[in-house]
Design a protein around this ligand. Structure first.
Ligand SMILES: [Zn+2]
Length: 148
């Protein structure tokens, strides 16, 4: 199946949290920027978004752009459809990417390219922004690809 998106249409669209916690992240991805949280008090990087710093317990969390270069920390090749839209689609690749330049926080995403490719722990990857401009509430997903 050839589409402009990694996964087929029909999956639930992500929406920013109603309390606004992750709105800067989603606004950043629309601009092609990867933003993650960093504590303004102790400097700790943090992901996923939280109101409170896990290290020093202050409410000084700020959003900072990071360069989107990471390393594959772990991965999975799901064959079973986690959603009915994926019934005839699999397998696909899910990666846990570590960002060394951001305190080695880890983010989950898909690894672009053939689903049967060999995946190597520690391989360098870079963020790819996948816009969904036609969605009711347009959003941009962050996917990952092996660094050329
Ligand atoms: Zn802190």
């Amino acid at each position: 199946m050839t589409t402009s998106t990694y996964l087929p249409a029909g999956l639930p669209a992500p929406l920013p949290a109603v309390d606004g916690l992750d709105v800067p992240y989603w606004e950043g991805t629309r601009r092609g920027e990867l933003l993650v949280q960093r504590c303004g008090s102790c400097g700790t990087w943090q992901w996923g978004p939280e109101w409170l710093c896990h290290r020093c317990n202050t409410f000084e969390m700020q959003w900072q752009p990071v360069d989107g270069n990471g390393l594959i920390y772990s991965w999975q090749r799901p064959w079973h459809p986690a959603h009915s839209v994926l019934r005839d689609f699999g397998p696909y690749l899910v990666v846990l990417v570590e960002l060394p330049a951001a305190g080695s926080i880890r983010m989950v995403g898909n690894l672009l390219g053939p689903a049967d490719q060999q995946v190597v722990i520690g391989a360098p990857v870079e963020a790819v922004f996948e816009p969904h401009d036609d969605a009711e509430h347009p959003y941009t997903l962050v996917q990952w690809r092996l660094t050329p």
